[in-house]
Write a protein that binds this ligand. Sequence first.
Ligand code: B3K
Ligand code: ZN
Length: 862
Amino acid sequence: HKTIYYKDYLPSDYTVVNCSLEFIIEESSTRVENIMEIRRQNPSAKELRLDGEKLDLELIWVNDVLLDETMYTKEENALLIPLDTDEARIRIINRIYPDENTELEGLYRSGGIWCTQNEPEGFRRITYFIDRPDVMTKFTTKIIASKERCPVLLSNGNLRGTATLDNGKHLALWEDPIPKPSYLFALVAGDLGSITDTFTTMSGKKVDLAIYCDRGNEDKCHHAMRSLKKSMEWDEYTYGREYDLEIYNIVAVDSFNMGAMENKGLNIFNSHYVLADEDTATDADFMGIESVIAHEYFHNWTGNRITCRNWFELTLKEGLTVFRDQCFSADMNSELTQRLDDVRALRERQFVEDAGPTAHPIKPDHYMEINNFYTATVYEKGAEVIRMMYTVLGREKFREATDSYFEWYDGKAVGTEEFLKAMQSQSPVDLSQFKRWYSQERTPVLNVSSQYRPESAELVLKINQIIPNNTKNHEQLPYAMPFRIALLAEDGSEYPLKSDDVTLVHRDVVWLEKSVHEIVFKDISSAPRLSLNRGFSAPVIIECDELDYPFLMANDRDGFVRYEAAHQFGIETLEAMMNGAEVNEHYIESYGAILCDGSIEAMFKSQILELPTLTTLMQRQAVIDVDVIFNAHEKLKQVLARRYFSEMLSMLEGLYNPSNAHIDGVSMGKRALKNRLLGLLMSAGDESVNALCLSHYHESLSMSERLTALDLLENYAPDLASGALDDFYRRYQDQTLVMNKYFAVCASSRREGTMERVAALQENSAYDVKVPNLVRSLIGSFARNPVAFYHRSGTGFRFVAEKVIEIDAINPQIASGLAGAFKNYPKLSHEQKAQMGIELERIKNHPDLSNNVYEIVSKILE
Ligand code: B3K
Ligand code: ZN
């Protein structure tokens, strides 16, 4: 288990200028012929090193001379060829076995379809190559396969020709004119259905669009196609970026390790992020498709045209592309609700990661297994770091800076330093200290207090940065960040911010750099209320005991602060209850005021009315005690439901229209609020509400409502749940994407016996341990179910440990994702820590453990 360090990075000795590939796909194996034009970049290099894993090498030629075994060296994962010329032509023939590829990296089979996944290091499982992102190559690809088995043959770029061959075979020739790293290579072959469309770019070029899927699912591709066209238009309008090939293809496959992949001109997607219709997909699914389709499309410029110098620079393309897809979704839907969803996801996943044993900077300086670094930190915190620069520069300057970035680095493999250079060229402030966001880890805390001086009409704001030590317990330095604030008068209006002590990058944004800031704001005529970190302008934790939650919930004009006040008030209330206090009456009243305020838009209301999650509360505990949290949580829901029972019920009825399954913001908002209210009401334990929930299950035409009703029945009305679960299963057992939801409901259940049910469901005919979506739905949901996973018996830990070991032998990426469930280990009680420790040691000591799982488990145990 070897560690790789950024400081050891060197440019490649050789590069591959052109690569021409020929694939002959047969039932049991695929023959690959690879002709590379190599150029030497380091004049003193004498040996060409090609990466290769699990390849059956057949023949090699250098400049048409066939090599015998004495003329090269074959290591386990590399081929070394002596080479002392500036140019050479290497020809290699090797064989691969896609059917045996359960890791789903390289060329593999999903159902009957041959497809590839090469980021970050999968191409070396297809053929020998210099498999690193700073080697950019022009690829041509010939695919030969049975016409009957594989009527569809796809690769990157533009289609240059097809032909029918003997023995029922045919071929397709693809040429990608734009040099790219090998991780963006893709191939698909199979019997697929499709829908097609066209898009005319801003300069008038016509692009053929197609989405491929299993036959019979074509009708579920239309939302994805609409999303693709909207993305193409948005990137032209917002960033001036035009698509650059004649064809854009998307293929949906069922077995995929993550969401999707941005291969040049041939995106390959987890079918979860393509297929949707009103009967089978939830509103969240529709939103997810829109954003992932956009994300992969946006990579064409941020990732593909300009790529990463090495994998330490991953956030260069991922943080930026997430930022871009978040802005796209905000523009397509609601800016506020999108922002709240993004902040919520960041805090639930990234803050937790950043506080635990696997914390790392958005630009890590070492790794064991790069696949472990496609994390919430690299992606979502990376996007927040970009967003801070956006906030500092403002929309127009940011656009000028990205124009420079595209102009300066198109066609190159670069790093975050280059991106920052482009940003600095337009920034009103010096970004040197800001760069610490790239190299430090953990979430900073801002401790804020204030003092009002009536005699001079001044408000003194004191902001203290508390910077946690890193995972190695080393001290870290204060950050620079934009901090958006307001000082509010009695009626909610904002005092203009005037101060000599701090740089205001905008009217309401102060630029913080020091570890302690004392800022005097002038002309404040009476003691103001503080409104802090508006819009979540910096990814920090705020500590301030002066916040007037009820006032902010009711009056702040910043939607984020309104939400945040309710959220923090909820946390305080729940934590007091966890310590034995009665429910805070002021909280109940403020909650009721939001609930009954008819002027609040439905989606936003459903977001404000969500109680802080178990994960949020767990994260704040010094020693995790799930039962205490869970009980307080249930109690608070019950109190709220009983207090506002009739209001909630009548609001619920007003929102319910069983036949509404429209996919628009207003309908989605109504469903979200309806589901929130039903969830609160169900906790009241009232027979009539249970019956209502069951009727919603049967009558609703949208999956969002049906699935929520099913989940609530499962948790609160077990007698009614079994019939509904059977019905759901019968109705959808042939649709694997819906079965994922079924498994997730069962595995997320808070009821006793969940582990036994999950164990039994592994035998269900709809389950398959080799399909990542199903593993994530059943085993992953269980591991994320705090009530079941942290069960006092310790059986939850044991069960997940066994699954990690079992799945590691099949697919290490999925296994290491699952192993992340153990990352609260340092924060467990003595007893639970002992239980989990045994399981972690068991995993760590397992023979033949993958690097992926080893890296995660050893960090947790450290
Ligand atoms: N770039 C891919 C992720 C590849 C993950 C490899 N383990 C998808 C994306 O971020 O768009
Ligand atoms: Zn991405």
